[in-house]
Design a binder for this molecule. Structure first.
Ligand SMILES: C[S@@+](CC[C@H](N)C(=O)[O-])C[C@H]1O[C@@H](n2cnc3c(N)ncnc32)[C@H](O)[C@@H]1O
Length: 408
């Protein structure tokens, strides 16, 4: 089969002799491959590249021995320096198909370290007996299976995180005085200074205080967090995303497209966007569903932090975004930052934005498919794209972080 292009998810797309499209795992645009069909439906098929007959000049040797088994990093067969370019094409087409719009010509993807970038991961911990010794191993779930792919060193985790898993974590999880389930999902969090925090469900309170707390320096501010709540997983590229969000706010206010009346940070996590932007607005509200974030948001946006010359009024709310928007009328020209999970914006949130006076919308997304779908609805309520940027937060995978700056 001849692979025509890359599609969302990183697979190659080819056409079967009967005209149906076939999504081929492990194949790159321009390649000719022998493909084993794994699923055949009326409209499309799926397959796996078994043999590459004509290889792309951009094909790379996967660096990780678990490539093809582990559920992550499915794009290692594409040269790191080409991944952003290929994904950019995919997202441009994605917007055309789902939002019937062209991303601006200036849309491009900012890249950082292709390896050793991931400061946060959920790993499975397994404890096995070997005689009277207990052996602790760490792994990730395998693709489409419940089996565990155990690793000694994962090439996309930061060195600090790998060192933690190879050393202190083994001690911690062999502690016989503590009860751990046989298999534990752990969130490991490296604060960028070498201190690694971690969390698992059911962690005793004293261990939470000792092990789970963390802090990150972003844009010159110390942001408090802990390993039980969401935090971005690529700390080396995060400052660039934050800078772009700050620039979008400044440009909005300076050009008159936005006002400094009210900043609302929806899906705010521990509130770091709002914490960095607080002094630019008269009023700031953060809204986040996870109650564990509220305590940190209150510290991160506290007036005790560096002088708040404007006396900005700050409100940190723990509630679902859709519920808060239903109960609060946004009737001034407000700037809204949304950073929802992969599922995108709930319908109630899109409806409330349409009916509100929000005139500047900064949409941070970890899933360009739901972003394009949501943009189609936002465009129908008058928003247009001022700027679009991509951030390669997840190299070796087909995932992309995106930023859209919208106005109306
Ligand atoms: C992608 S994270 C972004 C968090 C934050 N902006 C950051 O960068 O750290 C999405 C956040 O939305 C929260 N969340 C998910 N669904 C929500 C909802 N319906 N209402 C409010 N928050 C929600 C999650 O708990 C998570 O903290």
């Amino acid at each position: 089969m001849l692979i025509e292009k890359m599609v969302q998810g990183g697979e190659g797309m080819a056409r079967l002799p009967d005209g149906r499209v076939c999504f081929v795992k492990g194949a790159l645009p321009g390649e000719r491959c022998r493909v084993e069909i794994t699923l055949s439906k009326k409209d499309f098929a799926r397959g796996v590249a078994m043999e590459i007959l004509d290889a792309s000049e951009y094909r790379a040797q996967p660096r990780c021995p678990l490539y093809g088994r582990c559920g992550g990093c499915s794009l290692q067969h594409l040269a790191s320096e080409k991944q952003a370019e290929f994904i950019e094409h995919v997202e441009r087409e994605n917007f055309r198909r789902l939002a019937h719009t062209d991303l601006p010509d200036s849309f491009c993807i900012r890249t950082g370290n292709p390896w050793g970038y991931r400061n946060r991961a959920r790993v499975v911990v397994s404890r096995d007996r070997a005689g009277d010794r207990e052996i602790v191993r760490f792994g990730f779930r395998e693709q489409e299976s419940n089996r565990i792919a155990f690793f000694k060193e994962c090439p996309v985790l930061t060195p600090a995180l790998n060192a933690f898993l190879q050393g202190p974590a083994r001690e911690i999880f062999t502690d016989k005085r503590k009860r751990f389930p046989r298999e534990i999902d752990v969130n490991v969090f490296d604060d960028g200074t070498g201190k690694v925090s971690f969390y698992y469900a059911g962690m005793p309170a004293e261990d939470f205080e000792k092990y789970a707390q963390g802090a990150v320096d972003i844009g010159g501010k110390k942001i408090e967090t802990d390993a039980s709540v969401f935090f971005q997983s690529n700390l080396s590229l995060l400052p660039e995303l934050v800078q772009s969000v700050c620039n979008a706010v400044d440009e909005g206010i300076a050009s008159g497209k936005a006002s400094d009346e009210w900043l609302i940070d929806l899906f705010s996590g521990v509130g770091f966007f709002a914490a960095l932007l607080r002094e630019k607005f008269k009023r700031v509200t953060t809204v986040e569903r996870d109650e564990g974030c509220l305590r940190h948001a209150e510290v991160n946006l506290s007036a005790n932090r560096p002088a708040d010359a404007r006396g900005t009024s700050v409100q940190n709310v723990s509630a679902p975004a859709e519920q808060w928007l239903a109960q609060n009328v946004v009737d001034v020209p407000a700037t809204l930052i949304v950073d929802p999970p992969r599922t995108g914006l709930p319908k109630e949130v899109l409806d409330a934005i349409a009916a509100s006076s929000v005139n500047r919308l900064i949409y941070v997304s970890c899933d360009p498919v739901t972003l394009a779908r949501d943009y189609a609805k936002l465009a129908a309520s008058g928003f247009t794209i001022g700027k679009a940027e991509g951030f390669a937060f997840y190299p070796q995978t087909p995932h992309l972080e995106m930023l859209l700056v919208l106005s109306r």
